[in-house]
Design a protein around this ligand. Sequence first.
Ligand code: KG4
Ligand code: ZN
Length: 330
Amino acid sequence: MHVLGIDTSCDDTGVAIVSNGRNIGSAHLSSQVDLHGPYGGVVPEVASRAHANVLLPLLRQTLKDADLDARDLHGVAVTQGPGLVGCLLVGIAVAKSFAYGCGLPLVGVNHLHAHIYSAVFASEDEPPDFPHVALIVSGGHTAVYLVRSWEKMVRLASTRDDAAGEGFDKVANLLNLGYPGGPVIEKRAQRWAGGETIPFPRPLTGPTMAFSFSGLKTAVARYIESVPYGRDSEIDRICFSFQAAVADSLVEKTLMAAQQHRVKTITLTGGVAANRTIRETMAKAAASNGMRLVTPPVSLCTDNGVMVAGLGTILLEKGYRSNWDMDAMP
Ligand code: KG4
Ligand code: ZN
């Protein structure tokens, strides 16, 4: 079963063809980082226009690279939400027209569920068994789910304020490191020569499963105001210490969820899951608690069409269909 997947939820245009929900036939991604970089964040109108410019050529290329004709496909999956409404509508309009024109079934996919599904593309691991606990950690969302099946994902807790990726982006902004913040903070943290870390607070430690990152961001802002941070090594130290605080918080809440629900498998997905320190911290904590961590390759942590095609396949197989009047659910 070959399914086309389209994701235009934010600032990446992702198109892919996946076979049987697992095998990537071809995948293309067009990043808008250069367009939004000068603004320090995603500008919705700029993002929608960029999706509209690149989506059809990308779709053509994806079919060509998979060596497939539209007639070889079995369905079309598209991100329905959450995301930026103008961006979602571009993907939905193209998916609908393509599916209608080619006589293919269409299915709208939840973007967060698609990230969670991306764990099946982990390189060596067996796919996650059910039920498992999934941490999805991205620029717009930070939440932990109990995944009973690919159709049944129950949100256990989410962030009370900023998402973790938003925290990375805001801290990078405070340090004038550019956008997006995650990759550059990771790089600066790796450069830090070591020594005493800055004891930034670990927010909402204790019994609650909810996350919070705005207090941590404020603590970093206060610290920056209070010290002459211009030296490169001090910026590296701030990045290292901030990243460690985020990692600790993500690990604590995810393990709490896994323990409460007595599951032995956890997954880590979403843009922030590309962070090697967070992956390693989570892997160590999981192992020392007798749990298995499954996480997709770094290239599939940030937004992409593969995860949408993958989850779309499962949903289509189970009989889910969207109507031609399907709308965005931002
Ligand atoms: O999943 P994603 O591509 O888009 C959303 O659905 O939000 O995630 C983007 C977020 C951004 O906030 C970005 O700074 C963060 O993921 N990110 C990272 C890394 N790579 C991307 N955060 C930490 N470390 C990274 N290496
Ligand atoms: Zn995403």
